[in-house]
Design a protein around this ligand. Structure first.
Ligand code: ANZ
Ligand code: ZN
Length: 812
């Protein structure tokens, strides 16, 4: 198709813009539909094939919805703060703001070249003060409600990025961004209390139309675990500590207890002669990541503290050990070990020669990890499972040495970063007043442009005196600004709200407007966001709802993940492997429509796969063929001077293909099954081509079939279809017309083939009109030439008709 594509692209993009075809009018007729794609991160200079795979097909879906009569809102913007721009600045000396803004400009142009119907007048760019002012407002609101707080915490520290990482940014003990080994460090940090919403975040998952796998991942990440806390006291001391257990029924089987190396109890329980070995062990443990420490296969290690603890139910003394398979950050950081019924405890006890006893019946050998009748458990013998737990907890409660307890794996969200390129945290520290939030009227706390951002472990902002020194909003004395910035996930946790009312300079968003357009009807983005962005956004929505700003519970009603487009070699695209696909080159050669149509036809949307040049070429050829067929059809329309008006066999055949395509393109596109939808279009194309070869054509009917053809094609190849629509002489725009609906009658074939049996044996076949009654079918069968000859000399006893399939004549 030469450069036809690019020419047509530009022509229609200009016209769409000039006529405001994609502008969103909240008062326009039609049910609202909010289609949202995860906004992009302008860190690389350009959009890659993955962006296209996210945005192109989703835009096709949105266009399809628009043609179905929905009032579609499809905004776009940029998640513009974050580490990559800052790291790039450190490397090249180019200021993050400059590189980010330049990248955004390029990406905007590329997105426009895609021809998606984005509502650009609703764009948000999170690093602009008119956006982050309101990110700071969100922070202040959470602070007001006690949902943002400051505490000392061991944090994940990346020694190379010189920053704190969220748990989610640590992959197998390494920094997600630079792959350095992550260390632990104590720092005062800001947290959002997402754990307050842990239960609702689990429960409401059931109501969401999300991929099951994503829901399961979130559920696991939140990790609700029901168990008990049991208090052990240290022998010859006042110290008591709690353990968290999900198997309180095994309490009689405890033969030792374990403290995490970071537990606050370690130092106070360690006996003097054990101090050295414990200290050494603590240092060793610091270097291990939580993932390694939890590994089931890794050899268990630990040290004895020299102290003993008292089992609250048996009063037996058990040794207190320190071992890194116990995590400081889960439960209480202390564990009761039951080697008879827990794999890890069993391995540890075996290695260190600690007693192993059976308290649960079952299994041939120990460890036996299932439930069963209690043995060796005194008064609790013979109780099973929940009954046993209830009895033991009841006893513990009487002694005030235990209680039921629900634990979560989910931790509060660490939101402070010792980095420059983020939204400043809007609080100041005053010697007299302590932590003082910046009043809303003084927002935004602007990020200064001139900054020394070479990392040295300190926040770059803490080195900028102009920024740092301020006056206390409460008492007017000197105060110091918070110099940490917010995690970029805070910016992206509420952007879908700001889109609706992006130019509002008075408030973050108008609740009425937002309540009208949200929740988002369809959210599309990568599955890698399951436990971070998607969880944070749900939390922020719920928190703002509880403050009265929103009247809905969940931000994203329906979610679809696109798959990954791999390099032609089947590997993940990367510059170092040299297997990247640059969309721009292909757009230049084939045009935007062929590019996006290949992405839709060549892959199952949620699976993705390896890029293929042959694949895109074959789609190019398909579009060329469509172009020729449509041209031929137009010629036919202008030259056709026969007056045929009836629908005969050929017309009925095309009509069948037409309605079959309408039905299936509609159903499949709805479900993001673009590949099969386009396959149905190809079949319809073949039928159209076949019809054009007929001698005698019905022009009026052909016109109708063409109108539907172009409408069906429009979401997939928007520029091309708009152009063909014009050439067909129809009024602009094809996207303002309504999506065709299928006629079930056209899908009923006129005739069916029926088998005729004589006493169970097939003797003949015949075609009968589908609307024949049973009697008519009987009649036709008996009068069938072949059957007459078979029946000669026999008498018919019975005739059985199975409609649409067969007739069985019982004869003797
Ligand atoms: C005694 C016991 C006996 C346990 C038994 C299990 C089986 P979930 O389901 O993930 O909540 N545990 C508790 N805190 C821990 C920590 N900080 N680090 C490592 N392990 C910890 O797991 C709860 C179980 O994990 C708890 O129940 C505890 O071991 C262990 F036959 O207590 B159990
Ligand atoms: Zn003050």
């Amino acid at each position: 198709m030469g450069n036809y594509g690019t020419y047509v692209d530009k022509k229609w993009q200009d016209k769409w813009e000039a006529t405001g075809l994609h502008n969103f009018d909240e008062n326009a007729p039609g049910k609202k539909l909010y289609a949202l794609e995860m906004f992009s991160y302008p860190s690389g200079a350009k959009l890659h094939a993955g962006h296209w795979f996210n945005y192109g097909p989703t835009d096709s879906w949105a266009r399809f919805k628009k043609m179905q009569g929905y009032n579609v809102f499809q905004p776009m913007g940029f998640d513009a703060f974050g580490l990559p721009a800052e790291n790039y600045a450190i490397k090249t000396g180019i200021h993050p703001k400059d590189s980010t803004m330049k990248n955004i400009e390029t990406m905007e142009d590329q997105l426009k070249a895609m021809g998606a119907m984005f509502n650009w007048d609703h764009e948000v760019i999170t690093c602009n003060p008119d956006y982050y002012k309101w990110t700071q407002w969100v922070f202040l609101k959470l602070f007001e409600k006690g949902l943002a707080y400051r505490k000392n915490a061991p944090v994940n520290w990346c020694p190379s990025c010189n920053t704190v990482l969220a748990n989610e940014q640590v992959l197998e003990g390494h920094c997600e961004r630079c792959d350095s080994e992550v260390q632990k460090k104590e720092l005062t940090q800001w947290f959002f209390k997402i754990t307050d919403y842990a239960d609702e975040l689990i429960e409401k998952l059931d109501e969401l139309d999300w991929p099951e796998k994503t829901k399961a991942m979130q559920k696991h990440w939140i990790g609700k675990s029901k168990g008990a806390e049991v208090t052990f006291s240290v022998e010859n001391s006042d110290i008591k500590f709690d353990v968290f257990t999900t198997r309180v029924d095994t309490l009689n089987g405890v033969t030792y207890v374990v403290l995490a190396p970071e537990s606050v109890y370690v130092d106070s329980v360690t006996q003097p002669e054990y101090k050295n070995s414990v200290e050494e062990y603590k240092l060793q443990a610091q270097k291990q990541s939580d993932i390694e420490r939890q590994s089931l296969t890794r050899e268990k290690t630990g040290v004895f503290t020299g102290s003993y603890a008292i089992n609250p139910i048996t009063s037996e003394r058990v040794p207190i050990w320190v071992a890194d398979y116990v995590l400081a950050t889960y439960g209480t950081g202390c564990v009761m070990a039951v080697p008879g019924h827990d794999d890890r405890d069993f391995a540890f006890a075996t290695k260190y020669n600690l007693p192993i006893i059976r308290v649960i019946e079952g299994g041939d050998s120990l460890p036996y990890c299932d439930y069963g009748k209690l043995v060796n458990s005194n008064e609790f013998n013979d109780l099973i499972g929940d009954k046993a737990k209830e009895a033991i907890v009841k006893k513990l409660q009487e002694k005030n040495l235990g209680r039921w307890k629900v634990n979560y794996r989910l931790r509060d969200w660490l939101v402070s970063r010792q980095r420059y390129w983020g939204a400043p945290i809007p609080v100041v520290y005053c010697d007299k007043c302590g932590i003082v939030p910046v009043p809303e009227s003084q927002l935004p706390v602007e990020l200064p442009y001139d900054i020394e951002f070479t990392p040295d472990g300190k926040s770059p902002l803490s080195k900028n005196a102009d920024f740092l020194n301020t006056t206390c909003p409460k008492c007017g004395n000197h105060a110091t600004r918070e110099s940490d910035t917010l995690d970029t996930f805070v910016c992206s946790s509420w952007y879908y709200l700001r889109y609706v009312d992006n130019n509002n300079s008075e408030i973050a968003f108008d609740s009425d407007k937002v309540n009208k357009l949200l929740p988002v009807d369809k959210y599309v983005g990568g599955p890698e966001h399951a436990c971070m962005h998607l969880l944070y956004a749900r939390f922020i929505t719920k928190a703002l709802r509880d403050m009265g700003y929103l009247n809905f519970d969940e931000p994203f009603k329906s979610l679809t993940h696109q798959g990954l487009i791999l390099g032609p070699d089947g590997l993940k695209m990367s510059k170092s492997k040299g297997n990247t696909i640059s969309p721009d080159d292909y757009i230049k050669e084939f045009g935007a429509d062929v590019f996006r149509m290949y992405l839709m036809f060549g892959f199952a949307y949620s699976e993705g796969g390896a890029w293929s040049d042959d694949g895109i070429k074959s789609i190019g050829r398909f579009v060329d063929r469509v172009e020729r067929i449509l041209e031929e059809a137009r010629d036919e329309l202008s030259n056709n001077n026969n007056s045929k008006t009836t629908l005969e066999k050929a017309e009925k055949e095309l009509n069948y293909a037409r309605h079959y395509a309408i039905q299936h393109v509609t159903e499949d596109t709805e479900k993001f099954q673009f590949n099969t939808a386009i396959a149905r279009m190809m079949e319809y194309t073949n039928a159209l081509s076949k019809y054009l070869n007929e001698e005698n054509k019905n022009a009026a009917f052909l016109k109708e079939a063409l109108v539907d053809y172009i409408k069906l094609l429009a979401p997939f190849a928007p520029h091309f279809a708009e152009d063909q629509w014009e050439q067909l002489g129809e009024t602009y725009s094809v996207f303002s017309t309504s999506w065709p609906t299928f006629d079930p009658n056209a899908l009923i074939k006129d005739e069916v083939e029926i088998a005729i049996q004589i006493s169970g044996k097939i003797r003949a076949r015949m075609n009968v009109p589908t609307n024949y009654s049973e009697d008519e079918i009987k009649e036709a069968a008996i009068n069938n030439e072949t059957i007459i000859s078979f029946l000669e000399g026999k008498s018919i006893l019975k005739v059985i008709v199975v409609k649409g399939r067969l007739v069985n004549i019982v004869a003797k």
